[in-house]
Design a protein around this ligand. Structure first.
Ligand code: NAP
Length: 295
């Protein structure tokens, strides 16, 4: 019989946190949901609160994710994405429990043009990206067996994200301009959550966790760009909206975006033996679920 787990999820009100909550509940695992309102991970007593909750695993979904706002809120971004991660690392290390954490393709930003490897240089440009890399480093320094997933272009039926925004706007407007010169692959949060829960289940001992310790890329398979994703959304939804390709320079943002975000998934697939589906199939499923939710 599968071991009963008590998984504590921080940032439970965010898109990934809500996806974990939905999926873990379905599977009958015990979960403790820490939304920001319930526990702010930046507070000094986070270690005491973790000890009191007695989880078997911690999944850190809390993050400062306002990429452009972060440029003017450096302290806040570092407090959540780096310093709080260190606190969680130390607390989980003391409790001797695994901690799973998420980072971003933005940490690479290295101008390479071949699928990015976990060992490739990291040259993050904006505050968000820099604070996420700092968080990774602190976690690896202060916990003996953390597992970190660097994900690209996350979306879900929950929260705010690009596919939801496009599906909405394209139902209201005759045309939309969307950037074509940033390439990568989106990550359906549901696929990521299922993979992470399977990985957690498969690691029975501390030795197992030590064997997989480290950083892993994760996204859906394939290579695409925002323009193509937007066009697919219009097609799936049978919307009457023309999507026009534009270069990034016509859509300036406070924080620079990497042009190339395609992640090499070999380490993830080789280590965990988990298949990853194509971005297009995952997106189609998510849009179908959204439609059911909306009606
Ligand atoms: N979204 C993407 O495209 C993307 C891409 C790559 C990687 N990631 C990474 O994936 C992870 C999950 O992202 P997401 O898209 O689920 O983000 P999200 O929807 O913004 O969720 C983050 C959650 O963390 C909460 N939070 C912020 N500060 C907190 C604090 N001090 N204490 C407790 N909770 C706090 C937020 O609450 P409030 O809403 O109240 O602030 C929010 O509910 C993050 O590590 C992110 O960096 C995301």
């Amino acid at each position: 019989m599968a071991r009963k787990m008590k998984i504590l999820i921080t940032g439970a009100g965010g898109q990934l946190g809500q996806e974990f909550a939905a999926n873990a509940t379905l599977r009958n695992d015990e979960i403790i949901l820490w939304s920001r309102e319930k526990v702010d991970i930046c507070t000094d007593d986070v270690a005491e609160k973790l000890a009191l909750a007695q989880p078997t695993h911690v999944i850190n979904c809390a993050a400062y994710t306002a990429v452009d706002l972060a440029e003017n809120h450096k302290e806040q971004a570092y407090a959540v994405n780096a310093e709080a991660v260190k606190k969680i690392a130390l607390a989980c290390s003391t409790l001797n429990i695994p901690v799973i954490h998420f980072s971003s393709d933005y940490v690479y930003h290295n101008n390479l043009r071949s699928p990015l490897l976990e060992t490739d240089p990291c040259r993050p440009k904006g505050i968000y990206a820099k604070s996420k890399l700092k968080g990774e480093k602190l976690l690896l320094e202060h916990h003996p067996y953390p597992v970190i997933f660097r994900v690209s272009w996350l979306y879900s039926t929950f929260g705010k994200n690009f596919p939801k925004t496009i599906a909405h706007l394209a139902s209201q407007r005759p045309e939309l301009n969307v950037v074509r010169d940033q390439v990568g692959a989106p990550t359906y949060a549901k696929d990521l959550v299922e993979a992470v829960l399977q990985i957690i289940r498969n690691q029975k001992t501390e030795t197992d966790w030590k064997a997989i310790r480290g950083v892993y890329n994760y996204s859906n398979e394939g290579l695409t760009n925002w323009f193509e994703i937007a066009r697919s959304i219009v097609r799936f939804r049978h919307l009457n909206c023309q999507i026009n390709p534009i270069p990034s320079r016509e859509f300036p943002t406070a924080a620079p975006r990497p042009r190339y975000s395609k992640l090499n998934l070999s380490k993830f697939k080789g280590t965990f033996g988990i298949k990853i589906r194509n971005w297009y199939d995952a997106l189609e499923e998510c849009l179908g679920k959204l439609q059911t939710k909306d009606h």
